[in-house]
Every structure is written in C-alpha cells, then in structure tokens.
Design a binder for this molecule. Sequence first.
Ligand code: IMP
Length: 208
Amino acid sequence: MSDAATPTAAAPPVRNYAMSCKTLVTQEQIWAATAKCAKQIAADYRQYNLTESNPLYLLCVLKGSFIFTADLARFLCDEGVPVKLEFICASSYGSDVKTSGEVRLLLDVRDPVEDRHLMIVEDIVDSAITLQYLKRFLQAKKPASLKTVVLLDKPSGRKVSLEVDYPVITIPHAFVIGYGMDFAESYRELRDVCVLKKEYYEKPASKL
Ligand code: IMP
C-alpha cells in the first residue's frame, strides 16, 4: 500500500466559512461523540435481540438530520446494531431563525411501524415543540418502543418539557448552521456546526 492511502492521525484542517462567526463543533468532535452514543445505544438495545427482521428503525427527520442519520447508522453498524431507515419531514421554522410554534408534517413514514423499535433521529432540539409533536404522532402508531436521539441539544430554549433519551452534544443558545442544518435552505453542506453571522439573517441575501 502506498503512503497516500494510509490513514494518518494528523490534526484535522481548520475550516473557515464566510457566513460563520464561530465554529461551535467540528465534524471530528461530532464523529467522536456519535461513536460514543452508538455504543450506548447498542448496549441499551441488547435486551431486544435486534436482528434483520427485528431491527432498530431510524426515523430520520428531514431535512436537517440527513447527515447525522447517515453517520449514526454507520456507527451503529460498527456496533453490530441492525437498522432500517425511514424518513419523516416536519417543519416549524420556515425561513426564520425562531420557531413559528406550529408544526406541520410534510412526510410520513412509508412502512407500517406498529410493533417496531423506533428511534427518532433529530438534528437539534430547541423549544422541543417539534420533537414533542413527532413523539405523540409516532406513539399513536403503537410501536414496540420509541426513543429519541438528538445531535445538538439547546436546553435553554425549551418551551415544552421534554427529555431527550440520547442527547449527543449540548450547546448554548445560538442559531447554528452546517452538518445538515440550514438557514433558509442554505449552508447544510458545511462539515462543521457553526454560528451564523448576524448580518446573514438580518439582511436580505442579495445585499451580502
Ligand atoms: P424546536 O421545535 O424549536 O425544538 O426546533 C426543532 C427544529 O427546528 C429542528 O429540527 C431544526 O430543524 C430547527 N432548528 C432549531 N434550532 C435550529 C438552529 O439553531 N439552526 C437550524 N435549525 C434549527
């Protein structure tokens, strides 16, 4: 094998983004925390004897958690946890940085999930209004179990009382972008979780 193909333990590159005033969590920190969380999930679900025909259903909440779900699914694979994927879409933000408080379900699961082990996979919980809505909606489908895993928990923003079963990283109050999370549908592709510069949500995009 040539040197070029050998993985190295070199420090990750510093990535700068024009629209961000601060990198809050790097992709490398996310991977480390997600790997740890996957280990915990694997240990907790051993009691259910998960198999291909009795897998853990990861319910990816679109659009924000598509990258997190992809990484979590592969870390769970490393731990020998069989998963199946379903996609749901709920919206409460529109193109603002504050929740509208009203949740709309835009896409439901495709397969029946009755008697299945379900895990809602969310990118971020702030007021918790969205997650509370999704939990109630899915509980009504009578799953065998229902848990939540959330990449970023902003406990200071809670408007309803809700405990996340697997919070991966806790962050302070800030509007973040990257690693799947957007502002007005932009910036999902950033590798890291970053704080959006104020002028980017206070001015129309055409003025930037
Ligand atoms: P909540 O209902 O206030 O908990 O908000 C949940 C949803 O709002 C998340 O699934 C995200 O889509 C979005 N959201 C909350 N905070 C942020 C943020 O800081 N950046 C981007 N999206 C966010």
